[in-house]
Design a protein around this ligand. Structure first.
Ligand SMILES: [Fe+2]
Ligand SMILES: [Fe+2]
Length: 198
């Protein structure tokens, strides 16, 4: 197994056994992930509305949203390729729990986005490791896609963090990120394991 380098210093590691639980129902896992990618695109566009005075932010977030939409389309194609259908959105309780803890401010929204991307990246990495020996998902094109997603989501975490620092100052953003990393560790530990990235 290769080593995982998280884009942010997450404060709790997901146990390796989580990936096997998540892969118990690959159709549900991929369906959930398709919904997550669509929401990630919407998040980027929504945050761009609040950073309209930062020209480079608009460009970065437009590209980010474009990448999330591409992921969404490709996860849908993946579902179709396996002969599965997109199941209804069951909601993302992890993201909802984080947003319940947030103020309405932009800093929290940017940092939550950064942390969700970082956690997704960690879990995609675990899935990629487990999928290599999975009877259905262990085919090369799908594994290559998971690896690509990991790299992309790591870049997204860095973009959101950088935008938080540029808008709110490095020290303020770092202090709040420290607080969020603790809250995220508590939140993710409370989540039941299911066929979803989180
Ligand atoms: Fe994505
Ligand atoms: Fe992303």
């Amino acid at each position: 197994m290769t080593t995982f380098m998280p884009p942010l210093a997450l404060r709790t590691q997901t146990p390796v056994a989580w990936a096997e639980a998540a892969l118990a129902d690959p159709e549900a896992l991929l369906s959930d992930h398709a919904h997550c990618e669509k929401k990630a695109a919407l998040t980027a566009l929504n945050l761009a509305r609040h950073l309209g005075d930062m020209a480079h932010a608009s460009g970065l977030l437009a590209k980010l949203a474009d990448e999330e939409l591409d992921h969404y389309r490709r996860v849908l194609e993946g579902l179709q390729g396996f002969g599965w259908t997109l199941l209804p959105d069951r909601g993302n309780h992890y993201a909802q729990a984080l947003h319940r803890l947030a103020s309405k401010g932009l800093l929290d929204q940017l940092l939550i986005a950064a942390i969700i991307e970082a956690r997704s990246c960690e879990r995609l990495w675990l899935l990629e490791q487990a999928a290599q020996v999975h009877p259905t998902l262990g085919c090369a094109p799908w594994l290559a896609f998971l690896l690509e997603l990991e790299h992309c989501e790591a870049g997204h975490a860095q973009i959101y963090r950088r935008l938080a620092e540029e808008r709110h100052g490095r020290e303020v953003a770092q202090q709040r990120l420290d607080w969020w990393l603790d809250r995220e560790a508590e939140t993710i530990r409370d989540q039941p394991w299911k066929s979803a990235v989180h």
